[in-house]
Design a protein around this ligand. Sequence first.
Ligand code: HXC
Length: 256
Amino acid sequence: MSWDTVRLDWDGDVATLTVDRPDALNALNVATLEAMGEALEEAADDDARALVLTGAGNAFIAGADIKYMRELSAEEAQEWGELGHAVADALETFPAPTIAAVNGYAFGGGCEMALACDLRIASESAVIGNTEIDLGIIPGWGATQRLPRLVGDETARRMIFLGERLDADSAAEADLVGEVVADDELDDVAAELADRLAGKPAFAMRTAKQALNQGYEGSLASGLEYEKRAFASLFGSHDQREGMAAFVEDREPEFE
Ligand code: HXC
């Protein structure tokens, strides 16, 4: 399938989803969000073992499309919110690990798409923030819930209340991104990490991701209970038997 403002490229088992609307700094409109949803479905159906999300040109995603959003009624805004949430949820529940390669501006809804990924790498010139407050709105695609989980409540409140725009180093200091790399190294570093993730046993990877996600769904106690069951469910799988056999036999494992 092909889309006007989204590209899905493959390198082996690794899919890269690029938001490709550089004239608007990759701001997300309805068509782009719908295309992202379809591309994520396609990548999952085609068994991507890792997925990189990035933006074309010098921006990651400069947010939701303000020109589209400005005249929405409350009812339309509800639908608009649902659409963005559905894409963020598709990233969060994507059956393989996802990496946001943040190559420039990641504001508002752009920051929220990065938050929905498993891991984030920023280029030196990236600028990241939930800037919605300065438009008279609040984050609407997940940041009020996902940002504090990542950076802690105090930092999240500062960022959201003040609409702070963090440079890449400050974002790393706040644990909003895991790593900062030179602009011209971002694609390679993201590809290398994606390759490493793709090489791990897929069933265990998916189960680890589900268990980590589940931990945010309820209490610590229910998360720990979930982990116990998820952990046990891996035993008897080919990859568990093979991984442990390889360790004991001092050889490289051959995962399914
Ligand atoms: C629509 C946008 C846009 C956006 C940039 N553009 N961001 N269009 N929505 N979010 C467009 C500009 O209008 C302009 O189009 C072109 O992209 C280039 O942008 P410039 O502003 O000329 O570039 P520059 O001076 O380099 O400034 C870049 C910038 C600035 C700092 C990123 O564009 C900016 O502040 N953008 C808004 C960022 C923001 O507030 N994002 C959060 C949105 S709210 P033309 O046609 O003039 O060339 C949000 C809510 C999510 O995301 C939740 C929803 C439920």
